[in-house]
Design a protein around this ligand. Structure first.
Ligand code: ZN
Length: 365
């Protein structure tokens, strides 16, 4: 599969514009026109991961942490990052990173983590974006109405809440005169044509707008498709960082932590708070979530599960009476491999491999 096509599929679900401004996501090394057969998914890329990619004939590495983050002034083999970039290019391996856009997006890392923990009906902890919506109106001859409606629905238009295929149709008369050089589906050059048409109106979220318009043009019979696009004041669905979930049955913090250890396959986790306290509602932020402790408490959560809690973060949490479970940055995010593989496995024509390199920098004895 062409890399550009693969990226289009990835970004239609995990758009780059969801990422924070400070982040660096997308294709960081590589040629958009390259052919991709084999993909390696991994939390981040280092020398060993690149060795693994070369040994396994990988065409594209997909990382969670941005492979290039700090400013680079030169790419040569005298420094580590330069050497890694040089090796990737020399071996025709592309590198794509999806970081905060994957944390924030629906069905991204935070949702995957909650699913893994068995937490259901999740809400967003910190809303970062509201989706921009468009109204699309297209004029279609009566013979092609169902075909155009079906393609609009299939490409992601017409979703309102729990309803799909939403549209409104009005009958009318289309007028046009094909000019010299035109190749009209109906009518003749230089003759005024009057045709019974249906105006189909539907709603389209910005993230699928390009795909919806090209799918509509593909099935529409006219050489020049007449359509109008209006940006709406209506707000679309929200996306954001972290998730909150109400437990079906409350449990003691200690028991919740034992479950987490089993699910993340960890021998030890660090806990701040009262092990006997009752937990009804949980919040989670994968990676570093120390700055979300207060927000989690305001959301009504009795505990936040995250990583990277420092001594003073723990003291502050104790002061406000909030429980915190620190599973570590690595262990809350290494599941990126599973989350991303599950998504990529839905795409034909590519083979997806999870990295086997152990990237946890800490040893616990
Ligand atoms: Zn991280």
């Amino acid at each position: 599969m062409n890399l550009k096509t693969l990226i289009k599929k990835i970004e239609s679900k995990y758009p780059l514009n969801l990422a924070y401004d400070w982040d660096n996501v997308g294709l960081l090394v590589g040629d958009f026109n390259m052919d991709v057969k084999k993909v390696l998914v991994v939390l981040e890329a280092n020398e060993k991961v690149i060795d693994e990619a070369i040994e396994n004939n990988i065409d594209l590495i997909i990382t969670h942490h941005p492979f290039i983050f700090k400013k680079i002034n030169k790419i040569n083999t005298s420094d580590l990052k330069g050497r890694l970039i040089h090796r990737l290019i020399k071996n025709d391996i592309g590198l794509y990173s999806m970081h905060t856009n994957f944390d924030i997006a629906f069905d991204g890392l935070n949702d995957y983590f909650m699913e893994l923990m068995g937490f259901e009906n999740c809400k967003i902890l910190d809303v970062t974006n509201n989706e921009v919506l468009y109204k699309l109106a297209v004029y279609v001859p009566t013979t092609h109405v169902e075909k155009v409606k079906a393609s609009l629905a299939k490409s992601g238009a017409g979703h309102i809440g729990n309803y799909s295929h939403c549209s409104f149709s009005t009958e009318g008369i289309g007028n046009f005169k094909p000019l010299d050089g035109a190749n009209p589906f109906i009518g003749n050059r230089n003759e005024l044509e009057v045709v019974e048409e249906i105006k189909i109106e539907t709603i389209v979220p910005q993230r699928v707008l390009g795909g919806v318009i090209s799918a509509m043009i593909n099935v529409h019979p006219y050489e020049e498709v007449a359509y109008d696009l209006y940006k709406l004041e209506n707000k679309g669905g929200s996306v954001g960082l972290g998730r909150v979930s109400k437990l079906k049955e409350s449990k003691k913090l200690k028991d919740l932590c034992e479950d987490i250890k089993v699910k993340l396959d960890m021998k030890h986790i660090r806990i701040v708070g009262d092990l006997d306290s009752k937990i009804n509602k949980v919040a989670a932020v994968t990676g570093s979530g120390a700055d979300m402790v207060k927000k989690a408490q305001r959301s009504g959560a009795d505990v936040i599960i995250t990583g990277d809690i420092k001594y003073h973060d723990a003291q502050d949490a104790l002061d406000i009476g909030m429980n915190v479970v620190d599973c570590g940055h690595f262990d809350t995010e290494d599941v990126f491999k599973d989350a991303m593989k599950r998504f990529l496995d839905t795409i034909d024509e590519i083979d997806v491999m999870k990295s086997e390199i152990d990237l946890n920098p800490f040893i616990i004895i």
